[in-house]
Design a protein around this ligand. Structure first.
Ligand code: ADE
Length: 225
């Protein structure tokens, strides 16, 4: 699949692009492309934002600038199947949405800076808005990386073991619940012991225990990995 990120800070993604699972996904034929709004702005002096109508603090990314960036990127007519604006008020990212997006052939992520993006982008240029949580970030770049990461780890070949993304937190295999706890050697450390069942070699009991732990974590809301 293709993921296109529109941003004013493409170099923020250098680190992300160098991560092994991202490189693996790219080597497997997927693409992560970056587009800088400033490269295609129709305004002079590289301008991309303006003061908000009605007054208020901060600057707003202009709709004509975002439109120009999309037109320049898709001049060949190969438009994305989903265009997502990153916004704290959007649909909250979860495993269902990550899976949905991973099954798309081509997704564009529009990050804003400053106070936000002109609402007409969401109304007329985007298909949906996505949030990575109910808090406000200084811009959409980190959110775009989170969304791209959640998508890319679901793509075949991104992770070392094909199974790692199947039975992870919130997956169908775990009935949407958080993942069960993991342990490794030593079996006992400072009196902290690995649950006996995991040392038993009894695969059926291990499986049952893991599902039970996963359900318990789901029920008490302690969804950490
Ligand atoms: N931009 C600012 N805050 C955000 C959030 N929580 N999710 C996605 N994009 C954002």
């Amino acid at each position: 699949m293709k993921i296109d990120v529109f941003t004013l800070f493409p170099d923020w993604f250098d680190w992300f692009l160098s991560q092994r699972h991202v490189r693996n996904a790219v080597d497997a034929g997927n693409e992560l492309r970056l587009f800088n709004y400033r490269d295609s702005t129709p305004l002079g002096g590289g301008q991309v934002d303006d003061a908000p109508y009605g007054g208020g603090a901060g600057m707003v990314l202009r709709v004509d600038v975002v439109d120009a960036a999309l037109r320049a990127a898709y001049v060949d007519g190969r438009e994305p199947s989903r265009v997502l604006v990153l916004a704290a008020s959007g649909r909250q990212l979860d495993d269902v949405l990550a899976r949905e997006l991973a099954s798309e052939p081509h997704v564009a992520l529009l990050s804003g800076r400053y106070e936000g993006i002109d609402e007409r982008v969401r109304d007329h240029l985007a298909s949906d808005a996505v949030s990575i949580g109910p808090y406000v970030l200084s811009g959409g770049e980190l959110a775009a990386m989170v969304v791209a990461d959640a998508i890319m780890r679901k793509l075949p070949g991104a992770l070392g073991h094909a199974d790692s993304a199947v039975e992870e937190s919130f997956s169908e295999a775990l009935e949407g619940a958080p993942e069960y706890p993991h342990y490794t050697r030593p079996a006992s450390y400072r009196g902290w012991n690995v649950p006996e069942v995991l040392l038993s070699g009894d695969h059926a009991r291990v499986r049952e225990w893991r599902l039970e732990e996963s359900r318990r974590r789901g029920a008490d809301g302690s969804g950490e990995d």
